[in-house]
Structures are given as C-alpha cells and as structure tokens.
Write a protein that binds this ligand. Sequence first.
Ligand SMILES: Cc1cc2nc3c(=O)[nH]c(=O)nc-3n(C[C@H](O)[C@H](O)[C@H](O)COP(=O)(O)OP(=O)(O)OC[C@H]3O[C@@H](n4cnc5c(N)ncnc54)[C@H](O)[C@@H]3O)c2cc1C
Length: 648
Amino acid sequence: MARGGEYILDIIVCIKAVPETNDLKINSQSNTVVREGTKSVINPFDVYAVEEGLRIREREGGTVSVVSMGILSSEAILRETIAMGADKAILLNDRCFGGSDTLATAYILSRAIKKINKFDLIICGRQSIDGDTSQVGPELAEKLNIPHITCVSKIEKISRDSIVCRRLTEDGYEIIDVSLPALITVTKGINEPRTPRIKDKLKAKNVPIRILNAEDIHADINYCGLKGSPTKVIKTFTPFYQNKCEIIYGTLEEKAKELVNKLLARDALSEFRDIFEEQDNSGYNIQRFGSPMFPIHIESKGPQIIGYDSNLKNEYRGIWIFGEQKNNTLSSITFELLGTGRRLADKLGVPLCAVIFGEDIEELAHVLAQNSADKVYMVDHPSLKHYIDELHTDVFVQLIRKHKPEIVLIGATTYGRSLAPRIASRLNTGLTADCTDLDIDLEKRLLLQTRPAFGGNLIATIICPEARPQISTVRPNAIKEKIASRIPTGRVIRENVTIPKYLRSKIVETVSNETEIVNLIQAEIIVSVGRGIGCPENIPVIENLAKILNGAIGATRAVVDLGWIDYSHQIGQTGKTVVPKIYIACGISGAIQHITGMSTSNIIIAINNDPNAPIFKVADYGVIANLMDFIPVLTSELANKIENYTKK
Ligand SMILES: Cc1cc2nc3c(=O)[nH]c(=O)nc-3n(C[C@H](O)[C@H](O)[C@H](O)COP(=O)(O)OP(=O)(O)OC[C@H]3O[C@@H](n4cnc5c(N)ncnc54)[C@H](O)[C@@H]3O)c2cc1C
C-alpha cells in the first residue's frame, strides 16, 4: 500500500479470465467454445484497468483490490495482478454463478463490492474480448447507484470527491467530471501496463486469494447464474468464411482499372448518390438489403425468471427506437434503427415509436415522424443538451415505465452502449449487445437477437423470454434497411418528465476530431493501413485514397503501437468493430485479432505483396503488389471513374 499523495483512495478493479484468442477452439458439434485445455488470460482491457488503479494508488495512496467472478482456476489471473502490485485479490466462485449473463454478473459483483464495503473508485476494462458486450461496467454502476464513465482514455484529474476523465467518442472525445464514488471503464492507450518481475510472480504464488460464495456476499440465488439471467442463448453457430478471394492480375494500371470496374459493377460506389429514395406518395417503403446471414430456429425454451410476473409482459406492446442526436444532428444509426424497427413493427403488427431527447429538437422529432415512426416521444429541455448517462437513463426509464414498449432498439454507439446497460440494469431486464441481425419469432412474440461473440468466432442468437422490454443495441452499418419518407407523417408528442435537480455527472468539454475525414464506425468506405506501409511518412498515400472515396482511415494495432497513427483508428479485437460497404486493407497481414473487427464488411479488398498473407482468406478481391506502387495508381483511376460516375 503506497501513501504520499493528497488523497487516499480505495480502488476496486474488476477483471475477467478470457480464452486466449490465438488458442481458441470451437467444438463443431455443439458450436461452443472448448474450455478444457484452452489457455485463459486476463481480458486485455482489464490489464489497463489494473495498471491505472496501481498508478492512482502510487500517486495518491490507498489500496487496490482486484475482484473476479469465475471458476477456481481464475485464481491464476488474480495472482498475476498481485504480481503487478495489487494489494488484495478476491475470487467470487459458486456453482450457482455459472451461466450468468451480464445483468446477473453485475448483480453478483455488486453484492461482493457491498461486502467489501468502502470504495472510492471502481475500474473495469472497456469490454471483455469474449462476450464483447461493454455492459457489465454500466450495469454494475447502476446496481451500486453510482455514476459511471465508459471508454476512458485518460484520467485528467482525481480528487477526494471527484474524477475528471477523457471519454473517447466516435468523432473525438469528451471531458466528463463525475463525483466519487464512481465507476469508469478504461480503454487501450490509457497507459502502458507494467510487466511483473519474476521475483514478484514467485511471491504472488504464496499470497492467499480470498474466495467468496453466494452466501458470503448475501446474494439471492434467484438473481444469479442462468436462473437470474433474463437473456438466454438459444442457438450458436460458427460463421462460414468462404475462401472467395478473386486475385486481380496484370500491370498496375490494369489491376487498378479491373478493380474499379468490379466495384462499379457491384454498385459498390453508390454512396455517391443520395441514400434515401425520392418521396413516395403511396406511404412508407421499406426495402431490406439482403436476407439474414443465417437461418434462425428456436431450439429450446427460455428460463423462467423467478420473481418476475410473466403475465405483466402482455402489458408491453410496441417497438421503440432511440433517436440518437449530437449537436442537434441525428446520427446515421438512428435512420438504420428506423428501418429495422419499421420491419419488426410491421411483422408484429404494432406501432413504431421513436424517442428523442435534447434541447430545441422539435425539428429533429418531425424528421423521425417523416421517416417511418408512427409516434415520436420528445423530451425537449435545456438540461438534455448534452448526452449524460445518468440523466438520459432517468428520462428514458420514466418513459418506458409510462408507455411500456415490448422492444427497445438503441444504436451500439459509445452513447448507446453506455445508456442501454444502465437502463436494462434499472429495469432488471435483458439486454443484448451489438446485434448484427434482428428478427421476430411470431409464435412466441419474441425478439431474436443475433450477434457475434468470441471475437467473431461464434455467432449467437439470444432471446429475452420473460422480462420486458427486450432491449438490443444494434451495430452501426450492420443491418441495412432502406427507409423512405412517409405520408402521412407520424405524430410528435411532447412528454413532460421529471428532470433530476442534482446530477453527479457534468460534461466539461466536447471535442470533435476535425482531422478525421469521416467517423470510422459509420463510414461507408474504410481504407486501412498496416505495417506494410513501411514508415509514417508514407501514410499520406493512404489518406489520399481515403479522401477520394470520402472514406475513413483505419489501422492495425501494429501501426498504432509503433506510434504512427492514433489509437482511435485501430480496428480489431482491442479496437473498433466496423462494417463498411468497402474495406481496403493495405499492407495488413490478416491476424485473427484484426479480422475480428472487419470481417463482416460488405466488400473486402486486400493489397499485399505476400500472396500467402492470411488477409486474402477473408478478402473478396486481392491485389498482389507493393502498396506504395499500386495505391497511387488506384487513387488516380478512382478519381477519374468517380468523376464520370457521379456526372451520370
Ligand atoms: C490480445 C491481442 C489483441 C490484439 N488486438 C488487435 C487489434 O485490435 N487490431 C489489430 O489489428 N491487431 C491486434 N492485435 C495484433 C495482431 O495479432 C497483429 O499483430 C497485427 O494485426 C498485425 O498488424 P499488421 O497486419 O499491420 O502487421 P504485420 O503482421 O507485420 O503485417 C504486415 C503485412 O504487410 C505486408 N507488406 C509488407 N510490406 C508491404 C508492401 N510494401 N506492400 C504491400 N504489403 C506489404 C506483409 O506481407 C504483411 O502481410 C492483437 C494482438 C493480441 C495478442
């Protein structure tokens, strides 16, 4: 325990054991992860959380206690944190904890933390690389009734009463001030974790690890494990990557021409046209792009949630989407949700409603009403000018309790992935993160939520059989449904809600990164750079290509770790997950951790001088060339073609 700073802070770090991705084995019969013999490691984001806790303690004094819920062998990862310098390690282990979803996990952790008693700050990793939900942190904060900040890339200031953090957003960052006690989730780049010395590793072997079971932490077993989990996985399957790569041969000019012609033939450059159809007087028009990735069948019954009156669920009707806006501009995910919500509402025969919060947003509410929403619930208030987790949760929950929707869809954006778990935790209902497909089982009146897990190695279909509403966050760009303006337009309803007078969170500053050409998550085209670029001075070649395509720039971890580009560009397991229309991988080998973040892109183009690079296994088109020779040729070919194409 170190002392010396102005304040003494007691910090709790929550960590999870995850299977090592390079070692992941899937049982092809049962479509489950083979745990036996698979090496477990500390979830990579949690290592940053431990390091940050230790750094605060070293500056300010205090204690760092590390908590993990898991099987007995998770002791090994707790010992690693002791070797790094943690003061205490606690393992939550009980047979009844098995099969917990994120809500049940948050409940168990909250019981344990209440038992530990005094804490000032809880630090979690941004997400786990197996479940990849980002939900446990905000759900835990809600269970403990403390404020939280997700995606923290820097702690600006910490005092006895408050913490000021930099939170990464899609287009920059925000500085947020919250009062302590609080919970933060940290992202890669916040620090460089230390490597424990051999001496400390040996010492850690003999340190006792405290093991607590359900009784020790006074946990109600009805809220633990499978029994206490409102969501249930009903089907898992492995994604099928067909080795479909078409290698393009010829001189550099011939390759560039051929590639551009192929993209034009597939209408892949159509984003240069208006994405919305002309107004259709006959009413609304929904057109799905493609069918669900895989057929979906219900294979087993969901669990009965003890203490939940399933008759109540019949009171919940209708589908809601969250109209996310920033600076009074609707985000593109909002239109995607309107398209998906409309399809699901029509299938169920219920109205589609949108909710929108902000200041002076009446115009935006009418845009939602003109684009598929039957009703728009609007809360227009100066306090809602900026997105604040606590406040938005409060307002959203008041509306849900009043109107009782059966399904709520929220974008899987930085805000959405912070807001949805807080709402789900307050309502004790199920939440499925980052869905890439949604459908309805009409017979059972259930939302079928499909999403990747284990870094995309498995796809799972999840239901929430009893608790209501069923809440999903939806991956941007993943479910493309065209919407058209509709006549008659929906109704805008001004809602009066109670706005809390005192808030524990405050937005100090919002910064948009103007050097970014386009927001990476929502970009239609991404040009991504790997170590094959050779040196940072060559990156403008990639930028020129991205510029001509109005695309965003992605990167591999190798390039980020070399300091050639900022972490906000990193794509993959410990970076962002993207689903653009076109992904151009330049000098990228195709490691599984990178593929995880981009493999569901519509069209993948790989440019690499090694014909055996694994990236060609997931690419649609491959060009074997030195990228520094080929990319300028491709850029000028595209410039010519796009000019002609958009003139038509
Ligand atoms: C826990 C963990 C998490 C990770 N998370 C991520 C993540 O989120 N994202 C991520 O990207 N990685 C991640 N990694 C790292 C990942 O394993 C790879 O090391 C990384 O993706 C490799 O980056 P790269 O393809 O740029 O570099 P390399 O593997 O070095 O590949 C460079 C490629 O460039 C090609 N090349 C070289 N010169 C040229 C040229 N002149 N013209 C054309 N091609 C050329 C080479 O043939 C090679 O294929 C993670 C690793 C771990 C262990």
